[in-house]
Design a protein around this ligand. Structure first.
Ligand SMILES: *[C@@H]1O[C@H](CO)[C@@H](O)[C@H](O)[C@H]1NC(C)=O
Ligand SMILES: *[C@@H]1O[C@H](CO)[C@@H](O)[C@H](O)[C@H]1NC(C)=O
Ligand SMILES: *[C@@H]1O[C@H](CO)[C@@H](O)[C@H](O)[C@H]1NC(C)=O
Ligand SMILES: *[C@@H]1O[C@H](CO)[C@@H](O)[C@H](O)[C@H]1NC(C)=O
Ligand SMILES: *[C@@H]1O[C@H](CO)[C@@H](O)[C@H](O)[C@H]1NC(C)=O
Ligand SMILES: *[C@@H]1O[C@H](CO)[C@@H](O)[C@H](O)[C@H]1NC(C)=O
Ligand SMILES: *[C@@H]1O[C@H](CO)[C@@H](O)[C@H](O)[C@H]1NC(C)=O
Ligand SMILES: *[C@@H]1O[C@H](CO)[C@@H](O)[C@H](O)[C@H]1NC(C)=O
Length: 369
């Protein structure tokens, strides 16, 4: 048994070397063979790199998908986001009658469906992409205990794919390599902003003792790299930059797709590339996570910035999705009637004007992160 799987491994490695097909090992059919990953997150160079020494692009409010809505931060669903190269999915979890639901500020304003459905999609994608390491960042808005998340992870089979660190706090230099995460099958890393408890559910990792964040709700350029939120030692933690530019709509912060091409660009005023350069000048190391809105604006520029930071060649295997112009009442896979829009996940997007009115009503206590 050992020698035959070893033989397969040797032959497969030989084939992939000799005909340079690095994706040979990435097919789901090979998933059960105990082998050493030779391509990690699309690049051989990343296999030997510590997780804490890699720059990943993250989708801010990844579940908040839709157009013509000030409560939407993305145009495309998470399967498309992942296919295009997003490797951190950020989300806000809320309590809707006892169910953990992904909503934006309130479930009345935007309801992205239950966490269990969302995680089922994540599981399907991870199964189909066995050489990928993925992170989740959960904003635990209503302070569910980690055991409530554990139940949902178990129900969709993500508990056994989740990496549990050896201690509650892991400095950036001490994380395992991407290759070892992939080889162990534990290639999902879940961070949570509040109520994580290493002693109860060790794979739900406390965000702020392991990651610090730059400011969010940015209305004026340039983006800075100051330490805005942390509960740990920012000199040794990984760090995340919030690179989304907001506009004020009726007094509330809202994402601004009109600016997204420039915000996501590799260089220029207010660009992602410019913020990374600022951070490197400040700290001598690249950000670990870069959260963006409307990630596909810029035509892949956000992934180009990450590739440059990772010292690898940006060479996407398929073109990334095209931006969906605002003011158009159609989206892929939805035959919606004018005035309302299905997001494909059970919720219905209202026209912008109604969302704005709703925002005014909620205005005294809404903060759209
Ligand atoms: C991987 O890193 C280890 C040290 O961390 C080093 O000994 C080894 O040669 C590296 N392997 C490759 C293929 O770079
Ligand atoms: C969630 O809301 C329900 C009421 O809808 C409440 O009974 C329950 O205690 C809440 N859970 C948490 C963790 O706050
Ligand atoms: C963090 O940023 C927010 C705005 O995004 C600001 O109100 C707050 O003062 C900042 N806190 C620190 C400690 O820098
Ligand atoms: C963003 O760039 C794309 C591709 O260059 C272009 O089609 C689109 O009009 C731009 N959007 C905005 C709002 O500038
Ligand atoms: C900015 O990025 C664009 C697109 O990649 C590139 O063509 C241009 O040369 C860059 N400009 C500078 C000053 O680096
Ligand atoms: C990874 O390490 C290299 C070499 O020290 C450094 O230049 C780079 O900024 C690091 N990247 C991250 C995300 O820590
Ligand atoms: C970037 O990668 C090249 C090989 O492609 C290597 O020679 C160089 O040392 C790397 N630079 C850094 C800063 O790691
Ligand atoms: C996600 O979006 C893609 C198009 O980008 C579509 O083909 C797919 O059906 C969508 N998946 C779901 C579950 O809606």
């Amino acid at each position: 048994m050992f020698s035959s799987s070893r033989a397969v491994r040797v032959v497969v490695s030989f084939l992939s070397l000799s005909v340079s097909l690095p994706y040979t090992l990435a097919s789901p059919a090979q998933g059960n063979i105990n082998r050493r990953a030779s391509v990690c997150n699309g690049h051989a160079e990343l296999c030997n790199r510590s997780f804490g020494n890699v720059t990943f692009v993250g989708a801010h409010d990844s579940y908040a998908v839709g157009i013509n809505s000030i409560a939407a931060n993305q145009d495309y669903n998470i399967t498309q986001q992942l296919n295009d190269g997003i490797r951190m999915l950020q989300m806000q979890a809320h309590n809707l009658s006892g169910v953990i639901q992904l909503c934006h500020t309130t479930c009345g304003l935007y309801n992205g469906g239950p966490l269990s459905t969302y995680l089922g999609t994540v599981k399907t994608w991870l199964d189909a992409n066995p050489n990928e390491v993925l992170s989740l960042l959960i904003v635990n808005s209503d302070d569910f205990p980690p055991t409530a998340y554990d139940s949902i992870f178990k129900s969709v089979g993500l508990d056994t794919m989740s990496y549990a660190p050896t201690s509650a706090v892991t400095p950036a230099t001490q994380w395992p390599t991407l290759g070892s995460l992939i080889d162990s099958g534990k290639r999902l890393l879940t961070f949570m902003d509040a109520s994580a408890d290493f002693t109860s559910v060790p794979y739900i990792i406390d965000e702020f003792t392991n990651i610090w964040e730059s400011p969010y709700d940015v209305f004026t350029l340039p983006f800075d790299c100051s330490v805005n939120r942390t509960k740990g030692d920012s000199s040794t933690e990984m760090y995340l930059i919030n690179h989304f530019f907001d506009q004020l709509i009726l007094g509330q912060p809202a994402p601004d797709p009109d600016q997204a091409n420039q915000t996501n660009a590799v260089n220029g005023t207010g660009s992602l590339g410019a913020q990374v350069a600022t951070c490197v000048a400040d700290y001598g190391r690249n950000p670990n996570f870069m959260l963006v809105d409307f990630y596909e604006y810029g035509g892949g520029s956000v992934f180009q910035v990450a590739a440059t930071a990772n010292n690898v060649t940006y060479n996407p295997s398929t073109p990334i999705a095209a931006p969906i112009p605002q003011g158009v009442n159609t989206s892929p896979g939805s035959g919606s009637s004018p005035g309302s829009q299905s997001t494909g996940d059970g919720s219905v997007m209202l026209p912008a004007v109604w969302i704005m009115l709703a925002t005014v009503l909620f205005g005294t206590y809404c903060v759209l992160l």
